[in-house]
Each structure stands twice: as structure tokens, then as C-alpha cells.
Design a protein around this ligand. Structure first.
Ligand SMILES: [Ca+2]
Ligand SMILES: [Ca+2]
Length: 261
């Protein structure tokens, strides 16, 4: 006869399961800083509700062979365009430094940002309301060699104020120590009809329009994001500070830093 009472065994199993889920990490971001470098404004169409692009929280949690990502914003998610996943206007890029040797500092046209020395990234998880096939096809046609480091969940959902997606740990590489990795989040907007060079992202112009952010400039010099993840050594105003030459090229590009627990 077993010495272990069934209930005690169940409690032990639960404790083990809880122990596994301890590979989790959570970051919070201030509310009300969804103005990019400080000057950006939302498009005028009513679907872009106040707080929609205000990053509040990032969570990454190892769950068996997968990593579950969730991003909270400061407005209730809605699906006015009938995307099917419970949200529509947001597109979130989660840049991850896993510690693997193939890290890079550049991003791509349409984001117009790079990463600082020591903050180079290995993978970027894309939380988009578009179908995975569309996102990966756009990455392959527009991002060149970077496309292989784009990781897209099979299904991405929005509920309440939280956007979630899960990807296989094997697609992220690295050592699997989710809580030891470094992260940065770029809050963008899902643009179903992007410019020929842009990866499903919405532009920031000098003046806001029905579907264009304002407060930047009309070229590809200004960083195209409303909010990024702040950390003790990563202040948004510093990271998104940039300078543009008269020809529209960046003399000082916005430069992001990774944030780590
Ligand atoms: Ca924020
Ligand atoms: Ca921020």
C-alpha cells in the first residue's frame, strides 16, 4: 500500500507544476507615455481610442515547450475591422536578447530605430491581429535576412486589455531561461495597407490624419512607435530622441536599450 495519500500526491504535482512556471518575467511601463518621443499624436479616426497604444505590461512565461507572451495596454481592446482575434488596431513587436551569438542592432524601414551596443537582439515576437500567413509573408518580402528571426504565434488574441500569443521555445533559441533574457517592446499599429517598404506598420507623419500618427516628420527618420518599454537604464525620452537632416535621413537615429530583471 502506497504511503502517499492521493490528495498529497495532487498537491505535490501542483507544486511541481508551479515550480516549472517560475520561469516567468514581468515588466511594467508607465501610463500616459504613448506619445513616442513626447510629441506624437493618435490618428483622428475614432477606432484609435485613447490608451490603445499605451503599453502597460509585458509578461513572458515558459509553459512546457512554449513561451506565452502577454502585453497589456491602457484601453479595452476592440475589433472594429473584423480581424477575428478580438483586437484590430495594435501591432506589438517584442524584441528579445536571448544571449545566442547571432545578435543584431539594426531593425527595419518603418520602425526607423536601432539598438544600442550591448542591447543587440536575437528574435522578435510579433503580436498582430493579421493571420500568421500574412505576417510571415510580409516579413519574407520586406525584411530580407531579418525575416528568419521573426517569430509569429499561430494564434494571437485580444481580450479585455491583454494581447496574448504563444510560440515554441525552440523558435526562440537561446537557453530557455525566459526570466534571464532581456526585452524591449515596440508599440505599433496594425496597417493592413502598408507602404511598399513597411512591415504592416502605420506611419508617423508631421500632421496626424484619419489613419496616420502625427507629431513626427513625413520621412523615415523619426521612430515609428507610440510607446516603448521603459527600464531603470532605459528612458523612453532618451531612447526615442533623434535628429533628422534636411534630406530626411537620420543624423542620430532613435536607439533602444534592452530591459532586464
Ligand atoms: Ca506606457
Ligand atoms: Ca514607455
Amino acid at each position: 500500500m502506497s504511503k502517499f495519500h492521493p490528495l498529497r500526491t495532487a498537491v505535490l504535482a501542483a507544486a511541481l507544476a508551479f515550480g516549472f512556471s517560475a520561469h516567468a518575467v514581468e515588466f511594467t511601463d508607465p501610463r500616459g507615455d504613448d506619445k513616442g518621443p513626447g510629441s506624437y499624436t493618435y490618428p483622428t479616426d475614432g477606432v484609435y481610442k485613447a490608451g490603445s497604444f499605451d503599453l502597460v505590461k509585458l509578461k513572458a512565461e515558459k509553459s512546457g515547450a512554449n513561451v506565452d507572451f502577454s502585453v497589456d495596454v491602457a484601453a479595452n481592446l476592440e475589433d472594429p475591422w473584423g480581424m477575428g482575434g478580438g483586437f484590430a488596431v495594435q501591432m506589438v513587436f517584442i524584441f528579445i536578447k536571448t544571449g545566442a551569438p547571432d545578435a543584431r542592432a539594426d531593425t527595419w524601414t518603418g520602425l526607423n530605430m536601432k539598438f544600442a551596443p550591448g542591447s543587440e537582439w536575437n528574435k522578435v515576437v510579433v503580436l498582430s491581429p493579421q493571420k500568421k500567413a500574412r505576417v510571415t509573408a510580409e516579413a519574407e518580402s520586406k525584411l530580407g535576412a531579418l525575416a528568419k528571426d521573426i517569430v509569429v504565434p499561430n494564434i494571437t488574441r485580444g481580450r479585455g486589455r491583454t494581447i496574448t500569443g504563444s510560440v515554441p521555445l525552440s523558435e526562440l533559441g537561446g537557453d530557455g531561461n525566459v526570466d534571464g533574457w532581456s526585452y524591449q517592446v515596440v508599440m505599433q499599429s496594425n496597417e493592413g495597407f502598408p507602404a511598399a517598404t513597411d512591415f504592416l506598420t502605420r506611419k508617423v507623419n508631421e500632421y496626424e490624419g484619419q489613419h496616420r500618427f502625427g507629431g513626427g516628420n513625413d520621412g523615415d527618420c523619426d521612430p515609428h512607435t507610440m510607446d516603448v518599454l521603459d527600464g531603470p537604464d532605459a528612458r523612453q525620452a532618451d531612447m526615442l530622441a533623434h535628429e533628422c537632416a534636411a534630406d530626411g535621413k537620420a543624423t542620430k537615429p532613435a536607439t533602444l536599450k534592452m530591459v532586464k530583471k
